[in-house]
Design a protein around this ligand. Structure first.
Ligand SMILES: Cc1cc2nc3c(=O)[nH]c(=O)nc-3n(C[C@H](O)[C@H](O)[C@H](O)COP(=O)(O)OP(=O)(O)OC[C@H]3O[C@@H](n4cnc5c(N)ncnc54)[C@H](O)[C@@H]3O)c2cc1C
Length: 480
């Protein structure tokens, strides 16, 4: 098997005996049938099916020199600028299907794995490192089109700078190194889509300081001792009219518990090596590759938000007002900036010593850091434009009831009937005000790290030397 169908993905996760805990109960039976997961699993399976549509074959899949069978494009390690364009187009086909609302569509983690596999040289000849395991695992994953969740960050119990003194208490750590592999105990903060993927990739948190916390591995989701504890589900209603987004795209977040989990050696990429753990983030391709995937998705999400904002404007006919135009223009500016930054990262990409084409990460960092601030503002704009329309909503059954005709009349918008108007505003509500919508804002703010520390990284990695020289030159000129 090379490129999976949606049905094969569903069968794969249903066959696993993954320990997923929701509202006090362990999920029994097929997880794809559980109300908290069935919508997102269906959407994810539709994404896999897109890889099989003939007209999308060249966009969504590729062949390697070794194999004539097609492989998912999300696994492609780029070696040229056209490869980066191919990757962007693939991400955007998948993002369009979920309006960019599935942050963890399979391309996200497949990109991460491709980034890791293209950074294996950083593990070569280093103590407790197994570059060949990582390479073999990448090849195995792409040839089986596996799905992944991941967890990096440690539980949020003490974020003081001295918290490393207490690392041992909760954080997942290696407690034994035995003949069969590593034994891991403790917890990790979050795994979005935990429980509905074949595997989980586990990495030490950035900035790790203790060797028992410095590791990287991947294990099947149903490994003995591994548990996914879910937050409450944000699926309010399975109806696509009443909950158009949360019924389809609610990606569960889970706390991951390792109860003496055995990680077999062949799945260990490195362990007990603090320097490698930190270098792998900083010097490897994780950041540029992942940011390129993220910005490609966020562009599509902004296109969706812009389309929705304009539909609200048209539905209640408010386009003549200057502040309305200026609010919609804010979204246009965000969209155009991210598109330009994405293209700039590709134009200024460069080959590394291993022959891998690395997108320029600064424009991508800027785009993501800006989106952390603008996304909540965009949802605010939708509320400011929609006003009471955001709450004059009706369940679909109301339109089929005895008062349906009256509602269709009294809730009408400009040139649209009540039902259609309510459908548009229900979509806006689900995007901006439902529990699902609020989580989207939190997600865009934090999923790639704290915005404060991200802007610090931009500051620290941006060379301002030529600009200070520019100013000095000007001062020199004043003197003469
Ligand atoms: C919806 C969602 C989904 C996620 N999914 C995943 C996932 O699938 N896998 C995964 O591994 N992670 C995931 N994450 C975790 C994400 O990577 C973290 O939220 C992010 O790195 C921030 O860490 P934190 O939440 O622990 O915040 P904290 O680090 O606890 O920050 C809390 C507050 O303290 C401040 N603060 C803390 N430390 C410092 C410091 N050193 N300097 C300055 N200010 C500081 C922050 O600015 C912030 O205001 C997800 C997060 C969210 C919200």
């Amino acid at each position: 098997m090379m490129v999976r169908t949606g049905e094969q993905y569903k069968e794969g996760i249903d066959q696993l005996n993954t320990a997923v805990w929701v509202e006090g109960n362990e999920v029994k039976g097929k997880i794809s049938h559980h109300p908290a997961f069935q919508g997102v699993v269906q959407s994810q399976s539709e994404l896999y099916d897109l890889q099989h549509i003939e007209r999308l074959k060249e966009v969504m899949t590729y062949t390697t020199q070794k194999s004539k069978e097609r492989i998912g494009m999300s696994y492609l390690i780029p070696t040229s600028k056209p490869d980066l364009e191919r990757r962007r187009k693939m991400v955007q086909v998948w993002a369009r299907h979920s309006a960019g609302l599935m942050g963890r569509s399979p391309d996200y983690m497949n990109t991460v794995l491709a980034a890791f596999a293209s950074s294996v040289h950083l593990l070569k000849d280093k103590p407790n490192c197994f570059p060949e395991h990582l390479k073999q695992f990448y090849e195995y994953a792409r040839s089986h089109d596996l799905s992944f969740t991941h967890t990096f960050v440690n539980p949020q119990n003490n974020r003081s700078q001295l918290s490393f003194l207490e690392e041992g208490q909760t954080n997942a750590r290696v407690v034994k190194r035995i003949e069969e592999g590593l034994v891991v105990k403790g917890a990790k903060l979050l795994a979005t889509q935990g429980g509905i993927t074949d595997e989980i990739i586990v990495f030490s948190a950035p900035g790790v300081q203790d060797k028992s916390h410095a590791f990287a591995f991947s294990i099947p989701s149903d490994t003995t001792g591994l548990k996914f504890a879910c937050r409450p589900s944000f699926v309010k209603d399975a109806s696509h009219f009443n909950a158009p987004l949360s019924s389809r795209f609610e990606e569960m977040d889970t706390v991951v518990i390792f109860d003496d989990v055995l990680v077999p050696w062949e799945r260990v990429f490195f362990y007990d090596n603090v320097k490698v753990a930190n270098d792998f983030y900083i010097k490897g391709n994780f950041v540029p590759f992942t940011l390129h995937q993220i910005v490609s998705r966020q562009v599509i999400k902004m296109e969706f938000i812009l389309g929705l904002a304009q539909m609200i404007v048209d539905t209640i006919n408010i386009s003549e007002y200057q502040h309305v135009q200026s609010k919609v223009a804010e979204i246009i500016k965000g969209l155009e900036s991210s598109k330009a930054l994405l293209l700039s990262s590709e134009t200024n990409a460069s080959l590394d010593d291993e022959g891998v084409m690395i997108p320029d990460k600064i424009p991508l960092y800027v785009a993501v850091n800006q989106f952390q601030e603008t996304y909540p503002r965009f949802t605010e704009i939708i509320q400011l434009l929609g006003a009471s329309g955001m709450v004059t909503l009706m369940d679909e059954t109301q339109f089929h009831s005895a008062i349906g005709t009256e509602l269709d009349h009294y809730l009408q918008g400009f040139e649209v009937k009540g039902r259609e108007r309510v459908q548009i505003f229900t979509l806006a509500f689900d995007l901006c005000m439902s529990a699902f919508g609020s989580r989207q804002s939190l997600y865009e703010r934090f999923f790639f790290g704290d915005p404060i520390r991200l802007s610090q990284i931009i500051y620290q990695s941006y060379s301002t030397d030529s600009y200070t020289s520019f100013v000095k030159e000007m001062l020199e000129r004043e003197k003469s």
